[in-house]
Write a protein that binds this ligand. Sequence first.
Ligand code: GLN
Length: 491
Amino acid sequence: MDLLNCKITDLTALIRSKKLSVEELCRFYLDRIERFNPELNAVLTTNSFALQKARDIDNHFSSYKERPLVGIPILLKDVFCVKNMKTTAGSKMLENFIAPYSAEVTKRLEKAGAIILGKCNQDEFAMGTSNENSAFGVVLNPWNKEYVPGGSSGGSAAAVSAGLCVASIGTDTGGSIRQPASFCNLIGVKPTYGRVSRYGMIAYASSLDQAGPMTMYVEDNALILEALTGRDSKDSTSAQSDVPKWFLNRGSTNIKKLKVGFLNKKEAESFCSSEVMQVLEQVVNLLQSHGAIVEEVSLPLMEVAVPVYYLISTSEASSNLARYDGIRYGSRFDFKNTPPSSLEEFYSQNRGFGFGNEVKRRIIMGTYCLSSGYYDEYYNKASQIRRKMRDEFIKIFSEFSLLLSPVSLSTAFKFGEKPVGSLKSYLVDNFTVSSNLAGLPSLSVPAGFSPVTSLPIGVQLIGNHFDEQTLFDVALLIQEEIKAVGKRPVI
Ligand code: GLN
């Protein structure tokens, strides 16, 4: 049985028909983690209760049988709290933090019958594009170990593509699900803002953060997102919308009736590598051959999307990360030989010790943007542009049902090629941040490989608010016709 290449529904069918036990499946993945993770460094913690939970499901199968994700081993980015498990957010600041409760995402997965297999490496506090910015070491891209897996959900991406779990959950504030998905040949979905509860998810920038699944197949993604979605009264920004049946309704979109906008094509041509553009052209041809209309469309404000994103996200981060003071939250500096001379020094030593350089850089930038005298010039201005950008998108969606764009400027890059904190590393986010600023659902789907390096290339689909169905359906067409989806690296 080729367990590794089964879709979730194949696995749950095997489990339901008792051809496979949950314990066997769980062991299969734990063994793979033991074998391949020492080199990849994608997984930070495995759940010591996973096998016990698997046996529990096997032993009480009748009460689990109907659950959509029964027995499916899933890894979480290390920002999701799992009760009694270490939750580090990739930071020394939370190196010893054991979560006293579970995130809503964790609870919903468990309720759906999934097994939480463990936690994945990531850029510290989800800040980064390459996973070079974790306090627990870099993650290698399983497609080529000299290259980054993308970030900030780099561990979550590498783990799925290397077959260390069936699926993983990442978070996306400005591209952190979609970009690593593109670098590792996965489907990565950032849902509409408010679809998935942020309760128990360690915050980076609260008005932008969304959780979403990273999977090998489109159908798996739809199935998991259904389990995660729905109103949660513990998150005031959680949307009051129904849970759609994306999986059941898959393929229901009439491609012939679609009007697709190729977003800022000229800009994409000038920024992106030719191999990225070729893959996009191939997707355009596919859509046209199925009767869709594809036209260029422009969002002029995209020109300032990266600066607007960094002003807003660092401002929110400076506020969210103020809680790590070494008293209420966070690691404490060892003061044994040098007791602090003031409370201020106590805080600053703790924060200086616990946070890495990129996090410090962003806190300083965000605090500056929010400080009196600069607030109007930076934070307020950025918020106004953000609102205008959202309005521009809404106008575009009155005419188009879907937008197409690159995910990133290129395939995965080599370690050290875009130094952490450099403008070069920030510009990688050019095509992903605007969906977060506007709260739109957006997805990355594998659509080709570099003819030079053989590294994967994904394309980005952006939908109207709450219209994930169109995204899933077009991604499904790309999966079926282009056939880059489902391919794995040799590790
Ligand atoms: N690369 C972006 C950043 O560093 C996005 C991060 C994210 O989506 N969490 O801010």
